[in-house]
Each structure stands twice: as structure tokens, then as C-alpha cells.
Write a protein that binds this ligand. Structure first.
Ligand code: DC
Length: 222
């Protein structure tokens, strides 16, 4: 029996991380936030003075990256960096290191190691296309850039950080363009993915829709 995987791919701030984590909790499955690996690489590069374009050095570091994920806490070199990897600058750095083919290849096995019984829910850009092409259910989650900017703006304000909604929308659009235009594993909906536009959906509604799709495929043989 292969271990079932549910993939949620989509652009930044589409809500896929929140939706994926809730689905994992509901099903009792493991959860992989693949974007966190790219964010960790950007943080590691920043801290060790490695340029975001130094492909060979970054790929070597990726294989040995001293990072752990346990109970929602992300550690890098023994330090809790759960908050640090969420900084806007690190998100932008993550999207820059993510264009490097050797770095992506170095992270491949590390991501596949998360596939453990009874199942895995994962979110990212290439989970359904490259990392888990045999996933039981593939979802492509989107929302308009304006709605994603509104959500990100609210998150930052709630955290007490200064935020400019026009600037956030511009950053989101630039990241979308970079993630979609890169040669390796670009952001795109797979032909076999279910499309979910969350522009006017609540998180609960998005979660219920994905669970309904999963219930339908899980009841089929194979
Ligand atoms: O999902 P996120 O915003 O945390 O991802 C940060 C960056 O990492 C994103 O801009 C592109 C990159 N990424 C990727 O290339 N492939 C993935 N599977 C996940 C993230």
C-alpha cells in the first residue's frame, strides 16, 4: 500500500499553508510546509554570508541543512526560527534561491522523507508536479492578488508590524511572476489538480471542500 499524499500548490499568501495544516490535523496525517525549507535556505544564506545566487554552495548546504520540524516549531542550528523565517525579506530571498536547480534537487529527497504513515498533507509550488507526482489528491489553490494582499496586510497589522497594502500587492505580484517564470518546477496548475479559488471562501469552506474531494478519491480503489 502506498502512503497517501494530498498536495496543495499555489501562489504566496493564497492560504494554502493554513488550509493544509488544518486538513492534516483533521485526518491525523503528517504535514510538510515545503516553503519553510526554501525560507530556511534563505535565512541560512543570510546568516552565513552566502549570496542567493551561489548555487553550488547553497546546494551543498541544503543537503546537510541542520534544521528540524517538530510540533510546529522550526529549528535551524538548534535555534527556534519559526518567526524569523516568516519575515518578508526571507520570503523574497526564498523565492530567489528557489530558482536554483541544484538547490531544488538537493531538497527533493528531504521532502520525500516526510511521506510517512498514515499519510501526508503538503503545500508549496511543485508538490503535485515534481515532488509527489503520484499524490492521491492534488489541489491548486488561488485567490486574486488583491485579496492575498489584503490577507497578508491583516496578518502583519495583527502582529503589530507596519504594512503598506499597495507595496504588499506589488511584492506578491513580483513573487508570482518569479515563481511562475523560472525554468525549473515553475508554479502552475497540473492537469490533474482540482482548482480551488479561495477569493471569496473562508478557511473553513476551503478545508471542507478539500476534505470532500479527498473523501471521494479515498473511497476509490488504488
Ligand atoms: O510558500 P512560501 O511563501 O512559504 O514559499 C516561499 C518561497 O519558496 C516561494 O516564493 C517560492 C519557494 N517555494 C518553491 O519554490 N517551491 C515550493 N515547493 C515551496 C516554496
Amino acid at each position: 500500500m502506498t502512503i497517501p499524499v494530498i498536495t496543495l500548490d499555489g501562489p504566496s499568501a493564497s492560504g494554502k499553508g493554513t488550509v493544509a495544516a488544518r486538513i492534516a490535523a483533521r485526518l491525523g496525517f503528517h504535514y510538510l510546509d515545503s516553503g519553510a525549507l526554501y525560507r530556511l535556505m534563505a535565512l541560512y544564506a543570510t546568516r552565513h554570508g552566502i549570496g542567493f545566487d551561489q548555487e553550488a554552495r547553497l546546494a551543498m548546504a541544503a543537503v546537510r541543512l541542520p534544521a528540524t520540524f517538530a510540533e510546529g516549531v522550526v529549528q535551524l542550528e538548534g535555534e527556534d526560527v519559526s518567526e524569523a523565517i516568516r519575515a518578508e525579506a526571507i520570503g523574497i530571498g526564498a523565492s530567489k534561491v528557489a530558482v536554483l536547480p541544484a538547490l531544488r534537487a538537493a531538497l527533493l529527497q528531504r521532502q520525500r522523507d516526510f511521506r510517512l504513515a498514515p499519510g501526508l498533507v503538503t503545500d508549496g509550488r511543485d508538490m503535485g508536479s515534481v515532488v509527489f507526482p503520484d499524490a492521491r489528491l492534488k489541489v491548486f489553490l488561488t485567490a486574486s492578488a488583491a485579496e492575498r494582499a489584503r490577507r497578508r496586510h491583516k496578518q502583519l497589522i495583527d502582529k503589530g508590524e507596519a504594512a503598506n497594502i499597495e507595496q504588499i500587492q506589488q511584492d506578491i505580484e513580483e513573487r508570482d511572476a518569479r515563481d511562475a517564470a523560472r525554468a525549473v518546477a515553475p508554479l502552475k496548475a497540473e492537469a490533474d489538480a482540482h482548482l480551488l479559488d479561495t477569493t471569496s471562501l473562508s478557511i473553513d469552506q476551503a478545508v471542507e471542500q478539500v476534505l470532500a474531494w479527498y473523501a471521494a478519491v479515498a473511497s476509490q480503489p488504488g
